[in-house]
Design a protein around this ligand. Structure first.
Ligand code: NAD
Length: 434
């Protein structure tokens, strides 16, 4: 299959490289000239474990290439994926579909012969209908089918997720497109990843329903964590106690500073907006959004409380800035709100992240340190926000020796209180008092 990926970001680049690895011919297109220039030189513009090797081997094999010239690539393609961003629209929280529609117009003008156009971007119900209308309007003679194929990969484990997905969802009505999509995913299908065919609208909603549910699950355990602190219970034991129930499942039951990242915040918001537009509000999701928004600053206040109620003029070291480990993605990271709350209260903030500091520099003005101990130098409090492996097993003796006062706030519950306290620290985790 000749595949074109329009948009070569976290999703487009990983999907493109994986499709090439399956044996397809893939061209990754992006408007960002510097991104494509970097890729042509073998430089990967994002941090994603294993991606550099995967890109390199498939470029070498002649199956993967990069261009800014969408027209040429699309003219030769059997399948064109749209994998551009769908951020929250400024002002009202609806998904901004401007990039998707612009891509649809460009694709329409360039397509030759029967072409399957697939939205891999996360898009609200009905977007496929509009993409179809735009293509027909731009190129009335075009022979095409519009398909929805949402992506479920997680940054940090994206290649593994793409190659061994729990399921592949494909929404379509055109039987010719069914054959093409089966061919595209045949290598996975053989590995027994279920290929679920639905209508296009159903497929579009499945993605939002999945993200909405996961965001709600995280928010549920976060509220339980707050309750645990009040009643003297331990949220990690509560998680284990409920997660072993097969109907509940243990994943996404880790209490922490609230969900962030490039998907959950914008997708929950877009789902709530769509549901309101259709006069069928999803109140569980609306509440989830409100609870999570409040939680991030509440975590900043938790750090202030751990410092004795006042951080004015005090130094706080923030370890881990990305929204989760193994990515350089800072979009909507809880660290942003935690840092802002601390700065609003007069703290001097230093920070360290293994991969996210370049992106963090665009979003926050703090002292950036070269390592965790450098960040903690002279600090009154150290707070762990993102549980990178490198930050999971800090040398507590060394940490204590560089800090002014040994206070550790662990927003991911990766340390065990008795061990930390044995080193002379004051410790606070999330949802546990002992
Ligand atoms: P991203 O911002 O990393 O990448 C989008 C890319 O599209 C950018 O490089 C941009 O320059 C390019 N682009 C925009 N308009 C273009 C055009 N007309 N032609 C060519 N290139 C164009 O975004 P992302 O994180 O990869 O997300 C893409 C979509 O996938 C979003 O809808 C997102 O919700 C969804 N998604 C993301 C993830 C994730 O973990 N990041 C997971 C599942 C789904």
């Amino acid at each position: 299959m000749r595949i074109v990926m329009v948009g070569s970001g976290y999703v487009g680049l990983v999907s493109g490289a994986c499709f090439a690895d399956f044996g397809h011919d893939v061209v990754c297109v992006d408007k960002a000239v510097e991104k494509i220039e970097a890729l042509k030189k073998g430089v990967i513009p994002i941090f994603e474990p294993g991606l550099d090797a995967l890109v390199e081997s498939n470029v070498k094999a002649g199956r993967l290439s990069f261009t800014t010239d969408l027209g040429q690539a699309v003219a030769d393609a059997d399948v064109v994926f749209i994998a551009v961003g769908t951020p929250s629209r400024r002002g009202d929280g609806h998904a901004d579909l401007g990039y998707v529609y612009a891509a649809a117009r460009e694709i329409a003008a360039a397509m030759r012969g029967f072409t399957v156009v697939v939205t891999k971007s996360t898009v609200p119900v009905g977007t496929g209908d509009e993409v179809e209308r735009i293509i027909r309007e731009t190129n009335p003679d075009a022979d095409f089918a519009v398909v929805s194929n949402p992506e479920f990969l997680r940054e940090g484990a994206a290649i593994e997720d793409f190659k061994r997905p729990d399921r592949i969802v494909v929404g379509l009505s055109d039987e010719r497109a069914r054959g093409v999509m089966t061919e595209v995913y045949r290598p996975l299908y053989l590995n027994q990843s279920p290929l679920l065919f639905t209508s296009r609208r159903t497929s579009e909603l499945i993605k939002y329903a999945a993200n909405g549910f996961l965001a709600m699950k995280i928010t549920f355990i976060n509220e339980m964590a707050d309750l645990c602190e009040r009643v003297g219970a331990d949220v990690q034991d509560v998680s284990r106690g409920i997660g072993l129930d097969g109907r509940i499942g243990s994943k996404f039951l880790h209490a922490g500073p609230g969900y962030g990242g490039s998907c959950f915040p914008k997708d929950t918001l877009a789902l709530a907006k769509t549901a309101q537009d259709y006069d069928s509000p999803v109140r569980l999701i609306e509440t989830t959004i409100a609870i999570n928004d409040n939680r991030k600053r509440a975590m900043g206040r938790k750090v202030i409380a751990a410092a004795g109620g006042d951080v004015r003029g005090k130094k706080v070291a923030v370890l881990g800035l990305t929204f989760k480990p193994n990515t350089d993605d800072m979009r909507d990271s809880p660290a942003i709100a935690v840092v802002q709350t601390l700065k609003d209260a007069g703290a001097i903030v230093s920070g360290y992240d293994p991969e996210g500091m370049e992106n963090a520099k665009q979003l926050m003005e703090i002292e950036f340190a070269s390592g965790p101990y450098q960040a903690a130098e002279g600090a009154d409090v150290t707070v762990l926000v993102t549980e990178w492996n490198e930050l999971r097993a800090l040398d507590l003796e060394r940490l204590k020796s560089v800090m002014k006062t040994p206070i550790l706030v662990d927003l991911r519950n990766v340390y065990r209180r008795p061990e930390v306290e044995a080193h002379g620290f004051t410790y606070s985790g999330v949802g546990k008092v002992k």
